[in-house]
Structure formats: C-alpha cells, structure tokens
Design a protein around this ligand. Sequence first.
Ligand SMILES: NC(=O)c1ccc[n+]([C@@H]2O[C@H](COP(=O)([O-])OP(=O)(O)OC[C@H]3O[C@@H](n4cnc5c(N)ncnc54)[C@H](OP(=O)(O)O)[C@@H]3O)[C@@H](O)[C@H]2O)c1
Length: 186
Amino acid sequence: MSKLLAVLGATGLQGSGVVNYVRRDPELSKQWKVRAITRNVDSDKAKALREKAEVVKGNATDRAALAKALEGVHTLFAMTTPVFGVDDPLEAEFQVIKTIADVAVEQGIQYLIFSTLPSCRDVSNGKYTGVAPFDAKAKGKEYIETLPIKSSFYCPGSFMKTLPLRPCLLHDRIPTKVIHGFSPAT
Ligand SMILES: NC(=O)c1ccc[n+]([C@@H]2O[C@H](COP(=O)([O-])OP(=O)(O)OC[C@H]3O[C@@H](n4cnc5c(N)ncnc54)[C@H](OP(=O)(O)O)[C@@H]3O)[C@@H](O)[C@H]2O)c1
C-alpha cells in the first residue's frame, strides 16, 4: 500500500518541485500518494494541483487546521516563508517552524524533511545579525533535531526560477560570468 507524503508550499516553487518529482518518478509515484497543503484550495494553483495530488486546506500558523491536514501522513516536506512587518521576524518565522514540527510529532508523522538555510549570524561570526529568513530556518533545524522524529534537511541555493527577479545577478552584470550556488530548476 502506498504511503502518504504531505507537502507544505505545494503551490509554490519548492513544494511544486517536490510534488512534480515524486509524481514523475515511476517508482516513487507507486510508493507515495501526495497531499498538497494550501491555505486556499480554490486558488488557480491549487486547482491545477488537483490532477497530481490530493489538495487539502491547511495553514502553518493555525495549529488545529494543520493537525487536521496532516492526519494519516507518513512523511512531511515542510518549508516556510519569511515573516515581514513584525518586530522580530526571526522569532516569528521560527514559531511557524516550531508549530509545524510540533504538530508533525503530535500527529505521529514518521519523517520530516525541512527546507533550511545556514545561519548568517553564525557563518559571519556574529557580524550579520539581521538576516532573519536564514537565521530562523537554521534555528528551526536545530529545534527539529531535538524532537523525537526522523528528519532530513534540504538547504537550497538560489532558485533558478527567481533569477530573472534579481537582474543584478544576471550574467552580463557579473564580470566573471560565473554564478555559484544555484539550485536546479524546480
Ligand atoms: N528564492 C530563492 O532563491 C531561495 C533560496 C533559498 C531559500 N529560499 C527560501 O524559500 C522560501 C520561499 O519558498 P518558495 O519560493 O518555494 O515559496 P513561494 O513560491 O513563494 O510559495 C510560498 C508557498 O508557501 C505557502 N505558504 C505560505 N504561508 C503559508 C502558511 N501560513 N501555511 C501554509 N502554507 C503557506 C504557499 O501556499 P498557499 O499560498 O497555497 O497557501 C506557497 O505554496 C523562503 O523562505 C526563502 O527564504 C528561497
């Protein structure tokens, strides 16, 4: 019988990459059923997912809704987005990660794959302290590692699909014409 893989962010870049990879792989698609979790099951992206996955409503900031969305799940792929407009964006995103991880444990999920990033604060020996999306995900990884759940961590470079949004990184603006650290397209 196939196992259930839940994907947070399935309507976005990373999560859709996970859904598509599993669906396209002959072996994985036999072994796993995919549940896409979205805050809005009626969005165009969510509707487009219906032919690839079970699409269910869930919100990483709403514990009860997330618990319901994760019922019966074997493995969870989790990602988070930065939190803007708050006094402490690091703590705000970390609390979302903590909620996801705590609910995963409570729901008896066996395996949690979390999309993390390195801590800029640590890598720079404390020089750069304001890179909340990185530091929050690093803190989230550390927290998950303390929990009674099997876990793995994916640490992406910059997404190729977002490269056009950053013209300063396009090759004709870089003297060496070499760009390191980009993930394959999702
Ligand atoms: N861009 C890069 O080069 C890069 C590189 C490394 C890491 N990152 C990190 O990647 C993250 C963004 O990932 P992405 O580009 O895959 O995202 P994205 O395409 O912007 O999509 C965001 C996804 O998050 C879901 N989401 C947002 N808030 C949610 C909530 N409260 N509960 C449940 N789902 C929620 C959205 O689902 P619905 O709207 O359907 O609910 C959507 O699927 C950021 O944290 C960034 O730091 C980015």
